[in-house]
Design a binder for this molecule. Sequence first.
Ligand code: NAD
Ligand code: SER
Length: 316
Amino acid sequence: MGKILIIGAAGQIGTELTLELRKINGNDKVIATDLTTASEEVMSSGKFEILDVLDKQNLSRIVTENDVREIYHLAALLSGNSEKKPKRAWEVNMDGLLNVLELAKDLKLSKIFWPSSIAVFGNTTPKVNTPQITIMEPNTVYGISKLAGERWCEYYHAKFGVDVRSLRYPGLISHKTEPGGGTTDYAVEIFYEAVKHKRYKCFLSKDTMLPMMFMPDAIDGTIKLMEAPADGISTHCGYNITAISFTPEQLSNEIVRYVPEFEIEYEADFRLEIAKTWPATIDDSTARRDWGWKHKFNLSEMTEVMFRKISEKFQV
Ligand code: NAD
Ligand code: SER
């Protein structure tokens, strides 16, 4: 069996995906890479190399030297950071993906995973129960890069037979590694602030409903998609997947059950304008039909685990 390469392994998803793939395949089978060093758990449980995905030569060397057959390419600038640095976002999100797809084509790699996002949708998309196939006119730099990325994935599959698979992740909530500059990050920050200070200033409005998912479900869905037989995969752009949709106010009401004194105030910034262009709820029936996608965690189950884990982290 060839090896698995993770690009962007120090990030919110990369940290947990690397550990899970090492658990399934063996520590020596999964090579973690990133621009910066990763968590202690990732660094100590297997091989790690510094890699800039824009450095084609180094990427190619790591793949060849380690007999890599599968790549999970997670390196990107997220929505908030992409609005601050549009050119850099385009470079990392687009050229990075093209470097990986080219290598997959040239070396005939067996499978590629690349995440898309709910950011592919925009103002003109139906906001409720957003279908798999619908109007897509993203209004953000990040969304434009994800939509273009989806089209490139479809193209490399149709033209060169690259088996690239993708999910349109909603906002992901986790406790191991903090998120990196996205619009849905409030739903993680709020737990840290509730545990540490019993208050939170939210950068979205109280009624901004967005699709969300707890990280264990996202990791499970990613691995299930990659394990699914190729003939069952009906799209190589990005599958809609979702778990729970809620507003900051609804999340805050859940948190009050653990911290009765918890207070939230709302001071919207530029990320509210981004959030307003995204769906409130998603129709993910194609993923459920094609490869058996199913989420486990609802809002109250997720809140319970987040609270317990973050309280343990800060010994509260
Ligand atoms: P993150 O910001 O936490 O992690 C991204 C990692 O990529 C970071 O560790 C960063 O150092 C690394 N990176 C950045 N530029 C790089 C480069 N040039 N070369 C190599 N590494 C580089 O992001 P994440 O939340 O883990 O997201 C991973 C992927 O999932 C991204 O493609 C993102 O768009 C997508 N996604 C995430 C969410 C979410 O809620 N977390 C939702 C939808 C889609
Ligand atoms: N969670 C991501 C972000 O907010 C969505 O892709 O940028």
